[in-house]
Design a protein around this ligand. Structure first.
Ligand code: NDP
Length: 330
């Protein structure tokens, strides 16, 4: 199979030299395994962390070896009783065209509910991150005013729409371009701003008005988190999902200068990983399928064609070239 390997570890922003397109023979299927032809693979911000040689919640990628990550594909041969030829499955061996996967490590994709690609986005890990982060981690309640950063991205756009569907009093999003801001308003956000257009704290305070915000869903960290701490109401909650503003940093990044506000306002700041939210997966899948079916939640995809373009798709994701979920079609 053709695969993308990590050629070297990026320092700061990744570049094309950090990746290598290579070919490797496929092992013969063992009992319990399936051969999958990948249809789509996911590129995700967390993969930047795995390119560094540091101990973290997911193991670093090895230099000279194929990368991995979420993928959805068609079973073309099966020695597993759990999957038949023709089934579409989600698994963790992306960044390659064909994968030999243990049957137990592949999950059927309900393509009667949505196209295969959705199982890497709204109906997959991305959707569960948005759903559980908002409802379980930030403990969202109807009537809350919600602010989400990275709002035009895969997770953020779902967070805002779920909050609206669940009775938020106001949903505010920030994103990196005027076109993304316009898209957020189309998706039903009450207010949105481009964080390049002025200090986040000023734009957020204006968008929130005197009612302030009760929940902040943080995809970005840095200046966004600092701004939210200033604007949050007493008893406010923060779901700390990501800090993409600092994933390429080579220097230690300053903490929010106003963290002390958490004391006086009795704020809750909770970090979480979607891997720790799997107990909500069935509830999430049922709710999200309903919201997609009745049009309550819509999702965008930015699709790049060809395995050879996957490294560029990943780099473009970090630069904000995507609206909604960034995917590579294989
Ligand atoms: P997105 O689709 O949101 O893509 C990333 C976006 O980040 C870009 O489109 C870009 O949009 C924005 N961005 C890049 N640099 C900056 C910056 N300096 N400041 C502000 N925005 C920036 O990716 P995902 O939806 O997959 O992920 C969103 C966040 O959620 C990430 O931080 C990710 O790590 C995190 N995450 C965490 C999980 C968990 O288990 N905790 C699981 C999944 C995701 P723009 O044009 O607006 O700048």
């Amino acid at each position: 199979t053709r695969e993308i390997r990590l050629a070297s570890r990026p320092v700061g922003r990744p570049s094309g030299d950090n990746f290598e397109l290579a070919e490797s023979p496929l092992p013969a299927l063992e009992d319990g395994q399936i051969l999958v032809r990948n249809l789509f693979m996911s590129v995700d911000p967390y993969m930047r962390g795995r390119m560094n040689d540091v101990k973290s919640y997911s193991a670093p990628f090895a230099v000279g070896k194929a990368l991995d990550g979420g993928a959805v594909g068609e079973v073309i041969a099966s020695r597993s009783s759990a999957h038949r030829e023709g089934d579409v499955v989600v698994h963790a061996l992306g960044w390659r065209e064909y994968a030999v996967v243990d049957g137990s490590a592949a999950t059927p994709a309900r393509t009667d509910l949505a196209p295969a690609s959705a199982f890497l986005g709204a109906l997959g890990m991305t959707g569960l991150t948005a759903y559980s982060g908002l409802l379980k981690v930030a403990d969202f309640k109807p009537g809350d005013a919600v602010f989400v950063s990275g709002a035009a991205g895969a997770v953020g756009s779902l967070v805002g729409q779920i909050a609206k569907a669940m009775g938020a009093s106001r949903v505010i999003g920030s994103a990196g371009s005027p076109a993304k801001v316009a898209r957020l308003l189309e998706l039903g956000f009450d207010a949105a701003f481009d964080y390049h257009e002025g200090p986040v704290v000023e734009q957020l305070a204006k968008a929130a008005g005197p009612a302030g915000i009760d929940v902040y869903f943080d995809n970005v960290g840095g200046e966004h988190l600092e701004a939210a701490l200033s604007v949050l109401n007493v008893g406010g909650r923060v779901a700390m999902c990501g800090a993409i503003a600092q994933y390429n940093s080579t220097e230690p990044t300053p903490a929010p200068h106003n963290l002390m506000q958490a004391i006086g306002k009795q704020l809750t700041l909770r970090g979480f990983l979607v891997g720790g939210q799997r107990q909500h997966a069935a509830e999430f899948a049922e709710k999200m399928a309903g919201w997609l079916a009745d049009g309550t939640v819509r999702y965008d995809e930015t699709i790049v064609d060809g395995l050879e373009n996957a490294p560029q798709a990943f780099m473009d994701l970090l630069d904000g070239a995507n609206t909604g979920k960034m995917l590579v079609r294989l």
